[in-house]
Design a protein around this ligand. Structure first.
Ligand SMILES: Cc1ncc(C[n+]2csc(CCOP(=O)(O)OP(=O)(O)O)c2C)c(N)n1
Ligand SMILES: CC(=O)[C@@H](O)[C@H](O)COP(=O)(O)O
Ligand SMILES: [Mg+2]
Length: 643
């Protein structure tokens, strides 16, 4: 569907076009930009409310700053749709997050205006500071470096690491705190309360305004008075104000809070800030979903609503081609409550993804036993470890790609101490439209090499429930990880009685000859599809569900290598170091001879697209499995296809 940009917006191909307009035109430009985002996202999908919340900020920044020379870094980047539209991508924005289209996040290879690749939160201040220090070193005194970071992203430790460093570098960095009181779910933590206080507190703002009013009166008395005033202001700021403002205490000049939707005022403030050297923080108060009433009302639902009717607000449900099971995340959420009712030691932890991983189900049912710790994956892991030292059984749910941020905590704080933390890695494997920053490609490999770690992956919803049930039965001598994908399972009737599974045991799905297909996790269902088709063509491969990558089922592998000369391993994860590698290691350790073909995510960056498109591109969907079976069966014994 052709979407037409508004009359002013259609004249803005790059930010320098924006500068041709007068300040009084900016509100109309914001109106047209906001409408364009609504028009495209409603038919295309993607992140929605966050971009609406920064329309004015985006326009003001590109109006005042000399981008791309002045550098903007968008934290997470899910709010950068306006930025993309204003920086040469208006006419291709309808390909946003579509296979082979533009990325849903700023990406250096996509545009010179995208100064830093993002997707994971809380990196913007570090990156902008790096750029600022580099500019200082290169003598680029006039260059601006701006990090736009949300209040949610500000709850991550990395943001404070950067503030701490920036405060002593005296580099020209402007942090714009986009404060809308929301993460994906409502923001959490003491910082949120502080920001609310500083935004609403009469004391701080009144005292500061009174001081400036008095001082500006005095400075009108003459040039000497102006000098005296600067000294008084410095000492007051250096004592009273500094003590009462977190950011001032870190040597940032704090400005605000200001209305993040008043584009003309924003432009004026940004112009003033350009001339103030050193680290600065501008506190902008915005509304997530601004300008689309339904999104303002339910900001979590409209964070990433999918396709919707922009007039009625009706969100379109995808009609599956065949009966689907529930979302894996919901099976996790409901099973958490079921297990917690049976075992009062169970606790749930999520770093800022309660609705994303469905821990919100337990948070609602048992608010004292389920925690949203903010965007703080490292803290989530070690907080879980602390709980485990006291005999509790924490289920720490972290998206596979976000878990990468807490790797040392898993090794150092959990595995070395053999603590029984259950890691539920949601969004494991190809995540889809979020692309390479969000694909959970590496968790089998990065967990398999950790001592005392159990690495498991359910083939379906029933298996997920049984692995969760098994994990909490006892301390298995360390952490127990269960990884599962974004999206739906295959069992409409999923809520079956919970059963213990034997740790380290796989299972045979079907007997066969010539080729053994070994799968792990949900991708086993692709092998089921392939086997049905192969049977119809007279091929009868065997299929085993490994269920565990560590400990791997050695008894099953002995059976496989004693009976098959052709083996295919399949995983929705990186080939290198994955389950297939574990099978090769076993084969070598036991001097078996066979042709082993490993299917999975290759050693490459996999861009965005639908999961099925990317499984096909990576060569491990049903079609690829079928093709590989035929190749192996036809291959002569001398042809070795070790993958
Ligand atoms: C390391 C990491 N953890 C979690 C996420 C998931 N995530 C994406 S956006 C978001 C909320 C960000 O809130 P905020 O920074 O306030 O931006 P807003 O959506 O309010 O504009 C979260 C938790 C992520 N992208 N990266
Ligand atoms: C931007 C970000 O990191 C999150 O919004 C993420 O896109 C959520 O992913 P799901 O949509 O799979 O929950
Ligand atoms: Mg926010």
């Amino acid at each position: 569907m052709e979407v037409q940009a508004g009359q002013l917006l259609s004249q803005i191909n790059i930010p320098s076009d924006l500068k041709k307009f007068k300040e009084e035109d900016l509100p109309e430009i914001c109106k047209e930009l906001r409408q364009y985002i609504i028009d495209i996202v409603s038919v295309n999908g993607g992140h929605f409310a966050s971009s609406l919340g920064v329309v004015e900020l985006t326009v003001a920044l590109h109006y005042v700053m000399n981008t791309p020379y002045d550098q903007l870094v968008w934290d997470v980047g899910h709010q950068a749709y306006g930025h993309k539209i204003l920086t040469g991508r208006r006419e291709v924005f309808h390909t946003n997050r579509i296979y082979k289209g533009i990325s849903g996040f700023p990406k250096r290879s996509e545009s010179e205006y995208d100064t830093f690749g993002v997707g994971h939160s809380s990196t913007s201040i570090s990156a902008a500071l790096g750029m600022a220090v580099a500019s200082h070193y290169k003598g680029e005194k006039d260059r601006q470096h701006v990090a736009v970071i949300g209040d949610g992203s500000m709850t991550a430790g990395m943001a404070f690491e950067a503030l701490n460093h920036a405060g002593i570098e005296n580099s020209n960095v402007l942090v714009i705190l986009n404060d809308n009181c929301m993460s994906i779910d409502p923001n959490v933590g003491a910082l949120k309360d502080y920001l609310t206080d500083i935004t609403t507190s009469k004391t701080y703002n009144k005292f500061r305004d009174d001081v400036s009013a008095v001082l500006s009166k005095i400075s009108e008395l003459g040039p000497n008075a102006h000098e005296i005033v600067k000294k008084i202001e410095k000492s007051i700021k250096g004592t009273l104000l500094k003590k009462s403002n977190l950011f001032e205490a870190l040597n940032f000049r704090y400005f605000g809070p200001i209305d993040g939707h008043d584009v003309v005022h924003l432009a004026k403030v940004l112009k003033d800030l350009r001339d103030i050297p050193g680290p600065k923080l501008l506190h902008c108060v915005t509304v997530k979903g601004k300008g689309y009433a339904l999104a303002e009302k339910d900001q979590t639902k409209w964070h990433s609503p999918g396709l919707f009717n922009k007039i009625t607000g009706e969100i379109k449900k995808s009609a599956p081609s065949k009966p689907q099971g529930p979302k894996y995340q919901d099976v996790f959420g409901h099973t958490m409550v079921e297990l917690a009712e049976m075992n009062d030691k169970i606790m749930g932890i999520t770093p800022a993804m309660p609705s994303g991983c469905s821990l919100n189900i337990m948070m609602k049912a048992m608010p004292h036993r389920a925690f949203d710790v903010g965007i703080a994956e490292q803290h989530a892991v070690t907080f879980s470890a602390g709980l485990a030292t006291q005999g509790l059984i924490p289920f720490c749910n972290i998206y596979s790609s976000f878990m990468q941020r807490a790797y040392d905590q898993v090794v150092h704080d959990v595995a070395l101490q053999k603590l029984p933390v259950v890691f539920c890695l949601d969004r494991a494997g190809i995540a889809g439209a979020d692309g390479p920053t969000h694909h959970g490609a590496y968790d089998i490999a990065y967990f398999r090499c950790i001592p005392n770690m159990i690495v498991s992956a359910p083939m379906n919803e029933e298996e997920l429930r049984n692995l969760m049930y098994t994990a909490q039965l006892k301390n298995h001598g360390g952490p127990f990880s269960i990884r599962y994908p974004r999206g739906n399972g295959v069992m409409p009737e999923w809520k079956r009685p919970l059963k213990e599974v034997e740790v380290g045991k796989g299972r045979k799905i079907t007997d066969g000859e010539d080729v053994a297909i070994l799968t792990i996790g949900h991708i086993g269902n692709e092998a089921v599809k392939a086997c049905l088709e192969l049977n119809a063509e007279g091929y009868y491969p065997a299929h085993y569900d490994m269920r565990f990558a560590k400990p791997i089922d050695e008894e099953l592998l002995h059976e496989v290598f004693k009976n098959f000369k052709n083996v295919i391993t399949v995983e929705d994860g990186c080939i290198q170091g994955g389950m297939g590698s574990a099978v090769l290691e076993f084969m070598a350790d036991h001097q078996y001879q066979a042709v082993v073909k490993r299917l999975g995510i290759p050693d490459a960056v996999i861009e965005h697209g639908e999961q099925a498109e990317l499984w096909n591109e990576c060569g491990y969907d049903a079609f690829a499995i079928l093709k590989t079976v035929k190749e192996l069966v036809k291959a002569k014994p001398t042809e070795r296809l070790v993958g």
